[in-house]
Design a protein around this ligand. Structure first.
Ligand code: V47
Length: 378
């Protein structure tokens, strides 16, 4: 394939290309070199090579729904526009029956996943979350419950005085099937102190995921980029994830998340506005190249727009996430993307990019549909 990339002029990048082509693991320094490179097409071509080796042109998506039971949050993370103090305008907390009603809105047989995350509420008892999971499982037994970031799990442990393992066991016992990848941000303590001072540190984030994997649950991982972090911080973050994955194999998907500055304290500190399409594609490609043991890289269309997410399918990504209905965290931070896409819209984006749509459940098993079940769209 090097013959197919004669345009790689940078000697260091050519050496990395050779490693990628023989399946050799990339080093910390390789990661920094990749981030420093502006040869996006070369990065994309190498990442696409790995994507094709792992998945061919198959491109995964699912039909899911986000449920954010509360935006009330004791933390005041500078990166976040979603969290509110209890008495602040726009603060909300759903009563249990309301959360169950929201889950069932526009309900169709097509939904296979509820993605449940929220703020760190000062007063809601842990039983609220257990009852929510039980209620969802009872009403929607076929739907996978992916919920609670490691930050929420750490907070539940803090307020209940239960160990993290016990919290996870109780959540699992109430119906939780897997964990989403949120709250990872950037592991480097100096950056974390500024962007999300009130959150658990890297050690606890990784511990929550390690324990979940040991208990047989899968999870995802994210990285928030495009703020004050350096290339070295990003590579360090990715390699810490790769290291845990070597030990547990429990991660399914990595999702690079671009920082959206609107209505955030962090946004006021930054000279630059939103990330560029170039940076978004680079982060997808570098993640695909460094995270050799992660099965999937997700181009989260909500965050990078459907247009850039579609292009990312040829820069290392093999998953577009899902229909999402209805996203709040990014839209509170100024995202101009729609709050939902339909199944046919996702399929069209994938086909347009010359890829093969593959509807999956949360565990990447195929979802087969009858004529009637796809006739009802979310
Ligand atoms: O952890 C919060 C990020 C994450 C902002 O696991 C922000 O399948 C940008 O983790 N600008 C939550 N990002 C979203 C998340 C996620 C999304 C889709 C799929 C999955 C999955 C996980 O959103 C937070 C934080 O990193 N975030 N505020 C902001 N202003």
């Amino acid at each position: 394939m090097l013959a197919e990339c004669p345009q790689i002029e940078d000697g260091a990048l050519r050496l990395i290309a050779e490693k990628v082509l023989v399946g050799e693991r990339l080093s910390f320094q390789d990661g920094v070199t990749l981030y420093q490179s502006h040869d996006l097409l070369a990065l994309g071509q190498l990442a696409h090579h790995i994507r094709v080796k792992k998945h061919g042109m198959r491109t995964y998506f699912n039909v899911n729904r986000h449920i954010n039971p509360t935006n009330v949050c004791v933390a005041s993370c500078k990166l976040c526009a979603f969290g509110r103090k209890p008495d602040a305008p726009g603060a909300y907390t759903m009563a249990l029956d309301e959360a169950l009603r929201v889950a069932g809105e526009n309900w169709s047989e097509a939904v296979t996943e509820f993605h449940i995350v929220g703020g760190l509420h000062p007063d809601l008892p842990f039983d609220y979350y257990l009852d929510l999971l039980r209620g969802l499982k009872e009403r929607f037994p076929s739907v996978h419950l992916k919920g609670f970031t490691a930050v929420e799990v750490g907070y539940f442990s803090h307020v209940t005085h239960l160990s993290i393992r016990e919290v996870l066991e109780r959540l699992k016992g109430a119906g939780l099937d897997s964990l989403p990848g949120g709250g990872a941000e950037i592991f480097a303590p100096a950056v974390r102190r500024i962007i999300c001072d009130h959150k658990i540190g890297a050690h606890t984030w990784l511990k929550v995921h390690r324990l979940a994997h040991e208990m047989g649950m899968h999870s995802n991982a994210t990285m928030l980029y495009g703020h004050i972090e350096s290339a070295e911080d990003r590579v360090d973050h990715l390699l810490q994830l790769r290291n845990l994955q070597d030990q547990t194999g429990g991660f399914q998907t990595f999702i690079p998340l671009a920082f959206h500055p609107a209505h955030t304290e962090l946004g006021k500190l930054l000279a630059d506005d939103e990330t560029s399409g170039f940076t978004d594609l680079k982060n997808v490609a570098v993640a695909r190249l460094l995270l050799d043991n992660f099965p999937h890289i997700k181009a989260y269309w909500i965050m990078m727009t459907p247009r850039v997410a579609q292009v990312a399918l040829r820069f290392g990504a093999d998953d577009l996430d899902g229909t999402v209905a209805e996203e709040k965290i990014y839209h509170d931070a100024g995202a101009k993307t729609p709050q939902a896409l339909t199944r046919p819209e996702l399929i069209r984006l994938i086909r347009d990019a010359g890829c093969e749509p593959f509807e999956r459940d949360t565990l990447y098993r195929p979802v087969t549909r009858t004529e009637t079940s796809v006739a009802v769209q979310v």
